[in-house]
Design a protein around this ligand. Structure first.
Ligand code: SAM
Length: 242
């Protein structure tokens, strides 16, 4: 992830939709921001550059991921914690993001931890959640990264509501790419290989990467304007603390 996330179409697409949808929602100047499951740090760096936060924090279960994140976002307060029972040194956060983390342990296991994160939001604070879509799309990639649950957009909306948030956006992502994702994953879905490998081990070549990025960027501009995509391989949602 650390090696590919700066350039790979998929990660660029996620950062792009994150920044576009947040820019539309008028975060306070110099917001207080936390990335729950920050991985190797590219999202922290993007949030820092876009919003100049007065507090930027992130945690992850993996110390190895945190080492990379420290190099990419040196000004962030980074620490090891588990989203199922996170340590939260700061309160009154304006923004909490958790991108492709909750699917690993699953929503039920994460619920108490998510509730704590929501509780740490200031009134009107935003919570951004992204997870992989559709149980039927489960593949060896999920096995390789330890993912236990995939979601529909409706399930994600209900989860945010149960957490006491007002759902401002809940959409599928990578709508145009879904047929390609299904084709690519089909062999592994039908006959799982003995050894599961992450798809990050075989990134697309530069031409295909550029084409996929353009497709995602076009979709992101629609999502930015509030269009909910009817299907896709990820679910992206924003809730606001009431
Ligand atoms: C698919 S990566 C996503 C990383 C980052 N959010 C991003 O969008 O690039 C999943 C991350 O979640 C972390 N993780 C998995 N289970 C976790 C848990 N229970 N608590 C905190 N982090 C966790 C992993 O170590 C990994 O860095």
């Amino acid at each position: 992830m650390a090696a590919v996330e700066d350039h790979h179409f998929w990660y660029r697409g996620l950062r792009d939709v994150l920044l576009r949808t947040l820019a539309r929602r008028g975060l306070p100047e110099h917001p207080r921001v936390l990335d729950a499951g920050c991985g190797t740090g590219a999202n922290l760096r993007a949030l820092e550059e876009a919003f100049a936060p007065s507090y930027l924090g992130g945690f992850d279960l993996s110390e190895e991921a945190l080492e990379h994140a420290r190099a990419k976002a040196p000004s962030a307060e980074l620490y090891r914690a588990d989203i199922r029972s996170p340590r939260l040194p700061e309160r009154d956060l304006d923004l909490v993001v958790s991108l492709d983390v909750v699917y690993i342990a699953g929503a039920d296991a994460c619920f108490e931890g998510l509730a704590r994160l929501v509780h740490a939001l200031a009134p009107s604070g935003l919570f951004v959640l992204e997870v992989p879509a559709y149980e039927w799309l489960r593949s060896p990639h999920d096995v390789a990264v330890g993912g236990t649950e995939r979601f529909t957009a409706r399930q994600v909306s209900r989860l945010l509501e149960r957490l006491g948030l007002r759902v401002e956006l809940s959409t599928y992502r990578l709508c145009a790419l879904l047929p390609l994702v299904v084709l690519r994953r089909l062999p592994g879905m039908l006959a799982p290989p003995v050894e599961a490998r992450s798809e990050l081990h075989s990134p697309p070549g530069p031409l295909l990467d550029a084409a996929l990025w353009r497709a995602i960027a076009a979709e992101n501009r629609l999502i930015e304007r509030g269009v909910a995509m009817p299907w896709g391989s990820s679910v992206f949602a924003i809730g606001r603390r009431i």
